[in-house]
Design a protein around this ligand. Structure first.
Ligand code: COA
Ligand code: AMP
Length: 636
């Protein structure tokens, strides 16, 4: 914001595109480098160039040590609030550093060195944050796997990342249910071709597990010994271009994509965003209500707030039911959070339980300044409701696992621009966002097209996929030369506001979680009675979308379809995980197709969503769509 109260946004964004190296070299001054970058951007490296080439840095040092050295030792770094275990745990910067140094030393003793991968399959406990930072400290590459994924998904990630060590816990806790992690971990290691050297397992008091002799080690015993022995691992300097982590995300097949995040670009971009985008100052309390298994959790539960010297809240609970729809307001008021970041789906869930916002008025929210939403399109009715109830700006912002931080948002620190409901506002610095047609030609304002980002992407964005440069180029760079393809479709209006309307691939968004319908179809097709199948996302009032599977059974199958449908639902839960929320399997006689054999997914979706639809001219047999309508009656 300048002295006249105008937003600095347009000036800042224009400069970031006209002089990217100047812009990002200034932003890089906020980071403590072991050696300054030799080149701010080196176009000759990597798949489309690399940021901060020649720089040497340590991410953990920037998150912890420097703050302890410069007066924040006694400030809270992490507040863990868990209505699911009825506990609040607080760690100062000095205490968190102490824990991280000890765990880093333990991992070092297991032979983990710079560049080695470590998988974390952990619930939302403080130890998960300690583990991520401990990896960063010794230059190991962490890969966090969301606890709601099943053993097979974990196995796929183990095979791709080939970790030396896995850190896990005895259980996760979901409302009314304890999720045993150990059987999932054991099964994943059994399925995986690449076996870790060892596992460190955190025993949670809610449910402990047996440890496998010779492979599993008790986290608490190792920790106690390391602390008693005064073991501390120092920060290992790494190249700015070295990977900090791999985070797997859904691709168009069952094999997830290993998004690589580097150390230097991530540090600079995420640190920049904390004030300029989120308007948070060092020393303030910030809350991101995601899970560490998702990119949002990486960037804004763990790294961003700590790079910035803020206090971060980690929440093990739900928006409703833990114990009620006032849970979010209780956390904000109790810990004095100035800003909160969550997914629109959480607000839909709260609104359903507390439409008049009665819970909101039970809490003191005077410190609370801004609500940020991301993960899925923020539907205008939800945004309006949140604005009316909370009386603070509600800011939708758009990003992807691949980018690691916001592509388009409304920069609070630079001075907010007017909010337009339905739009995440404007591209952040370094992002030249275009909307293009099939020939990669930009289309005019208010015209729908593919949303693309002109190369190079800004710091923080993925340089490639883990060990798969070719897949990276093919999936993201080849279709629109000179651009990164976001696989989102939408338009820009006359003011340059971006509107993100939906995906152009098979990805669906279920309660802010990104899932591949292609991956689910592979699971359905593996059932012995299924001849053919299609999975698509259908509208859901709370989750936005939920998957719906259509099954055609093999000729001669005599079993009751309802029985097979139940098995299919169980199969998806078992192979992909409960997070898929796959609860709709519907048997049909055939799938409606075009004459060239393409399944008419768009039309089926419209029928399922109760929207108006027209008979596609290319349909093979119009009756097939009527049959779908019949099959859906009473099911969605
Ligand atoms: N470990 C094990 N299981 C998990 C899990 C985890 N970490 N997280 C979710 N699950 C399970 C849930 O228990 C549920 O299982 P069920 O089918 O037995 O009920 C299933 O996965 C779906 O979970 P979820 O998507 O959380 O749905 P829900 O019905 O429990 O709650 C909402 C609905 C809207 C309250 C919830 O989805 C929510 O808070 N979403 C916000 C998402 C978010 O923050 N996304 C990050 C993007 S910014
Ligand atoms: P993920 O990689 O899990 O963060 O999911 C990224 C995808 O979620 C994007 O490509 C979009 O399809 C969707 N998404 C995330 N945030 C938004 C938003 N603010 N508006 C519209 N879509 C969004």
């Amino acid at each position: 914001m300048n002295v006249q109260g105008e937003s600095l946004y347009h000036k800042v964004h224009a400069r970031s595109l006209a002089d990217p190296e100047g812009f990002w070299s200034e932003a890089a001054k906020e980071i403590d480098w072991v050696e300054s970058p030799k080149k701010i951007f080196d176009p000759s490296q990597g798949t489309y160039g690399r940021w901060f080439a020649g720089g040497v840095v340590n991410t953990c040092y920037n998150a912890l040590d420097r703050h302890v050295e410069r007066g924040r030792a006694d400030q809270l770094a992490l507040i863990h609030d868990s209505p699911l275990t009825n506990s609040v745990t607080k760690l100062t910067y000095a205490e968190l550093l102490n824990e991280v140094q000890a765990l880093a030393a333990i991992m070092h003793d297991f032979g983990v060195a710079k560049g080695d991968r470590v998988i974390l399959y952990m619930p939302m406990v403080p130890e998960a944050v300690v583990a991520m930072l401990a990896c960063a400290r010794i230059g190991a590459v962490h890969s966090v796997v969301f606890g709601g994924f099943a053993a097979k998904e974990l196995a796929t990630r183990i095979d791709d990342a080939q970790p030396k060590l896995i850190l896990s816990a005895s259980c996760g806790i979901e409302p009314g249910r304890i999720v045993q992690y150990k059987p999932l971990l054991d099964e994943a290691i059994r399925l995986a071709g690449s076996k870790p050297k060892a596992c460190i397992v955190l025993q949670r008091p809610q449910l402990t597990c047996d440890l496998t002799a010779g492979r599993d080690y008790d986290w608490a015993s190792l920790r106690r010994k390391a602390l008693n022995d005064g073991k501390k691992a120092p920060c290992v300097p790494v190249a700015a271009t070295d990977p900090l982590y791999i985070l797997y995300t859904s691709g168009t097949t069952g094999i997830p994509k290993g998004v690589v995040r580097d150390n230097g670009g991530h540090l600079v971009a995420v640190k920049w965003s904390m004030f300029n985008l989120y308007g948070v100052k060092p020393g303030e309390v910030w809350w991101c209500g995601s899970d560490i298994g998702w990119v949002v959790g990486h960037s804004y539960i763990v790294y961003g707030p700590l790079f910035h010297g803020a206090t971060t809240i980690m929440y093990e609970g739900k928006p409703v039911g833990t114990p009620d729809a006032g849970a979010f307001w209780r956390v904000i008021s109790e810990h004095k959070a100035v800003a909160f970041f969550t997914a629109p789906t959480a607000f839909r869930a709260i609104r359903k339980e507390d439409p008049e916002g009665k819970f909101i008025r039970q809490y003191d929210l005077t410190k609370f300044r801004t609500l940020f939403l991301a993960g899925e399109r923020a539907d205008p009715p939800t945004v309006e409701w949140a604005e009316q109830q909370l009386k603070v700006p509600v800011i939708d912002h758009w990003w992807q696992t691949e980018t690691g931080w916001c592509i388009a948002g409304n920069p609070v620190g630079l001075g907010m621009l007017p909010v337009k409901h339905g739009s995440p506002t404007v591209p952040m610095p370094g992002y030249q966002v275009d909307v293009v047609d099939e020939a990669a030609k930009p289309v005019g304002p208010n015209t729908m097209g593919s949303i693309v980002i002109r190369l190079p992407m800004p710091p923080g964005c993925l340089p490639t996929l883990w060990n798969q440069d070719e897949r990276f180029k093919e999936a993201y760079l080849s279709e629109f030369p000179g651009y990164y393809k976001t696989s989102d479709a939408g338009y820009k209006d006359d003011d340059g506001y971006v509107f993100v309307m939906g995906r152009t691939d098979d990805i669906i968004n279920v309660a802010g979680h990104r899932l591949s319908t292609g991956g689910m179809e592979e699971i359905l097709a593996s059932h012995p009675d299924v001849a053919e199948c299609a999975v698509l996302g259908v509208k859901d009032a709370i989750k936005g979308e939920v998957p719906c599977g259509f099954l055609v059974l093999k000729a001669g199958v005599k079993r009751a379809p309802a029985e097979i449908e139940k098995e299919i639902i169980a199969l998806v839960r078992d192979k992909l995980g409960p997070v898929a929320a796959f609860k709709l399997a519907i048997t049909v006689g055939r799938l409606p197709k075009t004459r060239s054999g393409k399944i008419l997914r768009g039309t089926i979706k419209k029928i399922a969503d109760g929207e108006s639809w027209t008979m596609p001219a290319t349909i093979e047999d119009p009756k097939a769509l009527e049959e779908i309508g019949e099959a859906l009656k009473g099911r969605v």
